[in-house]
Design a protein around this ligand. Sequence first.
Ligand code: AHN
Ligand code: ZN
Length: 332
Amino acid sequence: MNKLLYLAFSVIILFGIGCKKKEKPSTPMPQPVEEKTAVPVFNADSAFHYVKAQVDFGPRIPNTEEHRACARFLAGKMRQYTPNVTEQQGKVRAYDGTVLNFNNIIASFRPDLKARILLCAHWDSRHVADHDPDPALRRSPVTGANDGASGVGILIEVARQLSKVSPAVGIDIIFFDAEDYGPPEDSQIQSGNDYWGLGSQYWANNPHVADYTARFGILLDMVGAADARFPREAFSSYYAPDILDKVWNKAHQIGYGEFFIHEEGALINDDHYYINKIRRIPTIDIIHLDPNSVNGSFFDYWHTTGDTLDKIDPYTLKVVGQTLLEVIYAEG
Ligand code: AHN
Ligand code: ZN
């Protein structure tokens, strides 16, 4: 009887050990391949809403109430996404002697980090529609849905995403003012391309942080029209060819190669020129260029009263915005 009990216990114990052994895997379970932080999904409807919000103020011409109201909106919006917002205000003289009150709006993410990326667009709209097909409208202001508001709308949505998923590098988003107050086409002023980009010239000479620099910069200009084409703008090719490659390659990787074309584009005196020349930060311009357009350079409604919200295609905002997010979150 004792022997039988002993045997029974032994069987139970052995069985128990056997069971336990079965539960323990003898070799480690295969581990999933190490995953990188998922890149946030850029919301095109959100970006479109931010473009509309700007356009709804009316033309954002320096020294007007519409311009001041839009500045309040933009600074307030960015403060929803980061506490580090600076409004750089001052006065600059325009081609015709007009003193323009400007407001460069700067929003920083992870301002503690040394490694930084600069993203920018101009937020003012042009005082005269000097390329309007109707001569009677050539002194009217431009709504600037594409020329101005599109790039800013994309960058507000980028800011919203940055506030949710912290990037591994510092990001500065600058909305430059007084970019588009250059002399009218029919004026006799022999410009002086330096009549354009007044806000960015001021900032490049007087950055919001002493000795400010960044790994690279990306400027957005006219990035919202349907079927936009972004050839490699020539100042970008000269000053920052590797940044062009980085961004264009990323766009091709994620299926947007139709927009980011591997063609040489014209030389455009835009805000990035001063960031390159004065601050020496390699900066590219993602800009819709079209030598076959009615104006011979840009999208068809450039500097006309037709640059309105109906010309904005949310898909183009998505193409540019998602490409930016992919570039930002790939930086270590
Ligand atoms: C000139 O036409 C000299 N510069 C173009 C910069 C610009 C104007 N971008 C948008 N509007
Ligand atoms: Zn313009």
